[in-house]
Write a new protein. Structure first.
Length: 219
């Protein structure tokens, strides 16, 4: 079976998670994968600049550019088809994906979230809001989650998670810095598992082939 991934990356910010994945693809550590296009709702996003620096198509694409949700979604589907996309990564993308796109890419769309889902997830839980909530709750552990995207915020089946301790003197800024390092490890690992055909989804549960050397390091 050909598992070649032609990936669209959606990002709203500086693009550090995108950069982490791209580095592993360029080094050959993620086989059978390429970044086909980078899309952002933010015209000044760092992710677009990173893409342009590597001659990857970089597109500012916003709902505000269209008169209706239907027009926005139809053009987005056309855009993804034009670039041959068969896999999507949401890497710090601050918008809800249209349900039609979610259905089209069922079990082929990943999101990275800066907490241990299902805790501290859902609408409004992004960026420093997450880390602030973790600290205010008094949680002793946080981390990052890579999950499959469904029609609800931060709700799809978990692919990978890793945790870190929350120290008494942590601030939202310091916790964010530690969690981001985990994100930069987990997201490329998850992409590689899909590129190697190691992932099966059954009844909303992700099963990883444990013969994978990647999976064994995370067990």
């Amino acid at each position: 079976m050909n598992n070649q991934l032609h990936i669209a990356v959606f990002a709203s910010g500086r693009g550090s998670n995108f950069s982490a994945v791209l580095e592993k693809i360029r080094s050959g550590e993620i086989p059978n994968a390429s970044i086909a296009v980078v899309i952002s709702n933010n015209s000044t996003a760092g992710a677009l600049e990173i893409a342009r620096s590597y001659s990857i198509p970089a597109i500012h694409y916003s709902r505000a550019q269209y008169e209706s949700d239907e027009a926005f979604t139809a053009q987005l589907r056309s855009l993804l088809s034009e670039h041959g996309v068969n896999f999507i990564i949401l890497a710090g993308y601050m918008k809800m994906m249209p349900q039609e796109i979610v259905r089209q890419f069922r079990h082929r769309m990943l999101n990275v979230h800066p907490a241990l889902l299902p805790a501290f997830g859902g609408k409004g839980m992004y960026g420093h809001q997450v880390h602030k909530a973790v600290i205010e709750y008094g949680a002793k552990v946080s981390g990052a989650t890579v999950h499959l995207v469904d029609e609800e915020y931060d709700h799809g089946p978990v692919v990978l998670q890793a945790c870190i301790a929350v120290e008494d003197d942590d601030s939202p800024d310091s916790l964010a810095e530690k969690v981001l390092k985990i994100e930069h490890l987990l997201l490329p690992e998850a992409v590689r598992l899909f590129a190697e055909g190691r992932v099966i989804v059954q009844d909303r549960k992700v099963i990883i082939n444990r013969n994978s050397p990647i999976a064994s390091t995370l067990s």
